[in-house]
Write a protein that binds this ligand. Structure first.
Ligand SMILES: Cc1ncc(COP(=O)(O)O)c(C=O)c1O
Length: 459
């Protein structure tokens, strides 16, 4: 990225190295801006959008960002719920409730190898942070020195690069996300394992980031995959006697449409699995409560019995919280009081009630997902679809003879349809991320038709 105007001024000379190097790539924002202006079908937005009348009982067809309907009851607050500072680690009542929410999700898990999991007494009190991005930043700061490596699949959320590399100076090393096994594309556990073993050679620890359901593929692991992952993680730490930190980015936890996939995070399985496995859970209200702009995330540590005796547990968690607290205080100071209040009030209604209220929105996107997947299952020359089953996305791999950027440009200009192209030449990624979450169901058939026609034009 060039800064020709700034570079000609004394400001450039005054910049720190960080000031010179930091930049925001056009990437997602460029393409979503283009789609907003040029497309009739906009599949770029990582949020759930649709005509208002689909969510509310009215006849308004304006496109809105969908929300959990019960939120309406809680958005006219007393100024006292808005103006005071909250403690650095968050509203204590919300911390408690968020811990209960985490435990609730484990107790209602589907398709985890251990069945349902009760983490009572096995997680630190979640610290409230302003969104998952900040939770990821905090975890990276706490576990990686500049230059150290973190392991990611090659198809990952683009902002990881900015947080991990440009902001924190750590390095990303990737493995191919999927590999063919028994004639099927499966999560590439061998690739992950290889990267862990390589990390152990050059570092005193391995740090892994897992994001299920995934942005950008929508992939969610099934029972067998999680079982295999657990087994080899234990083997790796036992063989080399070094710790593995597993950052679980659970942004889309619960958005699972495939009956055989796990609807709760691998964090539940990794907690108390082995003393050398350190699971960190990063989740939040952004997608789970459909409050993207609310900026409420949480970060919690999964505890192993051997780390502490029960009497010391509280003190032990306070020490971990203090680390997160120091990071928050020295950067953004603390999180938004008002939205913490709103999330707390929603959670206080009862978790089943929240899920019931959210279900209306989940049904809407599940219908979009199923239709889109069915229509895209018919082979299209030059295009293959990655395994999926959750989150807000599907990923289409394009034959490398046409760059995904060119393909998306063509779709936009000729068919007024826009997605996010993902190109990583080094790793051979050339794909289109389709956010079905932002495409109303009555546009989906046309959307797929446009993809097929663009493929006919270009391949
Ligand atoms: C995989 C993933 N992680 C984290 C985030 C960031 O969430 P937040 O808006 O809470 O910072 C997103 C947002 O799109 C995401 O897709």
């Amino acid at each position: 990225m060039d800064f020709p105007c700034l570079e000609r001024t004394p400001i450039w000379k005054a910049f720190s190295e960080y000031g010179k190097n930091i930049f925001q790539p056009n990437g997602v924002f460029y393409w979503s801006g283009r789609a907003k202006n040029e497309a009739k079908i906009n599949g770029t937005v990582g949020a759930i959008l649709g005509p208002e009348m689909e969510l509310e009982d009215n006849d308004r067809d304006r496109i809105i960002t969908f929300y959990i309907p019960m939120i309406r009851e809680f958005i006219q607050n007393d100024p006292q719920e808005l103006v005071p500072y909250t403690p650095i680690t968050g509203n204590p009542q919300l911390q408690e409730k968020w811990m209960e929410w985490i435990i609730f999700k484990g107790k209602n898990a589907r398709n985890l190898p251990s069945g349902v999991i009760d983490l009572t007494g096995h997680t630190s009190l979640p610290v409230i942070v302003p969104g998952l991005s900040f939770g990821i930043f905090t975890a990276v700061r706490l576990f990686l020195d500049p230059g150290e490596k973190i392991i990611l699949p090659d198809k990952h959320w683009e902002n990881y690069i900015a947080i991990i590399e440009r902001q924190c100076g750590a390095r990303i090393t990737t493995y191919p996300t999927f590999a063919e096994l028994n004639g099927k594309q499966q999560y590439n556990l061998d690739g992950l394992r290889e990267k862990i073993e390589q990390s152990f050679i050059i570092q005193q620890k391995a740090v892994v980031l897992l994001n299920f359901p995934s942005n950008p593929t929508g992939y969610v692991p099934d029972t067998e995959t999680i079982k295999k992952m657990k087994n080899f993680l234990v083997e790796c730490v036992e063989n080399l006697q070094k710790p593995i930190v597993v950052l679980c980015d659970d942004a889309y936890e619960g958005y699972v449409y495939d009956d055989s996939a796990a609807n709760a995070s691998v964090f539940y399985e990794l907690t108390n699995l082995h003393e050398l496995i350190i699971p960190i859970k990063i989740d939040g209200a952004t997608k789970e409560m459909l409050m993207y702009g609310g900026r409420i995330g949480a970060i919690a540590l999964g505890l192993h019995d051997s780390w502490s005796n029960p009497q010391q547990l509280r003190q032990y968690c306070i020490e971990f919280e203090n680390k997160v607290k120091g990071t928050i205080r020295s950067t953004i100071s603390n999180s938004n009081t008002y939205t913490q209040t709103v999330v707390l009030k929603m959670l206080q209604q009862g978790f089943d009630k929240i899920l019931e209220s959210r279900q209306k929105v989940v049904k809407i996107i599940q219908e979009r997902y199923e239709l889109m997947r069915t229509l895209l299952s018919v082979p299209i020359p030059g295009i293959t679809m990655d395994p999926s089953g959750g989150a807000f996305f599907l990923l289409l791999n394009l034959d490398r003879k046409v760059s995904a950027i060119k393909f998306n440009e063509h779709l936009l200009r000729r068919y007024q349809t826009g997605f996010i192209p993902i190109v990583d030449e080094k790793n051979g990624v050339n794909a289109l991320r389709i956010a079905f979450s932002s495409i109303p169901v009555d546009q989906i058939a046309q959307c797929v038709e446009n993809i097929k026609n663009a493929a006919k034009d270009l391949f």
